[in-house]
Ligand binder design. Sequence first.
Ligand SMILES: Nc1nc2c(c(=O)[nH]1)N[C@H]1C(S)=C(S)[C@@H](COP(=O)(O)O)O[C@H]1N2
Ligand SMILES: [Mo]
Length: 308
Amino acid sequence: MANVILKPEWHVPEKEITPVKDYFSRRDFVKTMGLGVGLASVGSVQAGAQAKLFPARRNPKYNPKIALTNKQWATGYNNFYEFTTSKEYVRFLVGKFKTNPWQVEVSGLCNKPFKFDAHEMMQKIGLEERVYRFRCVEAWSMIVPWTGYQLNKLLKMAEPKNDAKYVKFYTAMKPKEMPGLARLPSYPWPYTEGLRIDEAMHQLTFMATGIYGEAMPKQNGAPLRLVVPWKYGYKSIKSIVKIEFTNKQPDTLWNSLAPKEYPFESNVNPAVPHPRWSQASERMIGPNPIRVKTVKYNGYSQVAGLYK
Ligand SMILES: Nc1nc2c(c(=O)[nH]1)N[C@H]1C(S)=C(S)[C@@H](COP(=O)(O)O)O[C@H]1N2
Ligand SMILES: [Mo]
């Protein structure tokens, strides 16, 4: 993973930025008018039955009173190495990436392995919105409204066996659609990540299918990606095609590449520096970035019990 960037190296002119208040007033307007949520979405991602899913109702339990990150930044400054390592260019390289239909396999140590279509599962489980803080290991952060469902709702459908101690996640590997794969031939693709089963089952662990009230943009990991808000961002694996229950700690891409820099657990912790930089503070991205102190577990102290 690249270096900490102290100053944003690209600039969005003020006039192109939708302030958070406009995003909300537009949304409230659509709700009040009872016009259906399809209107709130722009772009080709929205189609057919899927349109009804967005925006989803915000869960009041996960609605901190803090300003959201500017949407253009959260959807325009991405880490998705399958496309490029250049954060500001990911969104221009996802054009060929087909994310609908999208099949996901749930397998391994469970009684009921199954396959599902990502879009059908959104209808089946139903969606909610949660505002989470998100902290990249590179010391930048954002605060965004994710749409999706609690991961444990999906995992329970498979009835994991008692010896399932970990869950491994795999990203799609489609070289014709993901131009970055060929540029990093030595990486152990596909991108993989993993959690302990109790972490995966925790109520904070979220399968996100949208952001800012709309279906997930491809650059943010369409059609479904993990969000584990108390861990560094690389644990929040994008564009998932396989979920596997295992009894051994799974190998993950970043851990295989640099185990000392990217340990399996990777909880946000300001007291433990990355070998090449401090983790004591973070840059909140946006047109006017600010530097704030990093907090243990990214502020999600309710997970502390998992690590006694
Ligand atoms: N498949 C895949 N998932 C990934 C990554 C990636 O390169 N490939 N980058 C990770 C990192 S380092 C971060 S910080 C987040 C970034 O998510 P965002 O682009 O939605 O902000 O995605 C994570 N998930
Ligand atoms: Mo990251």
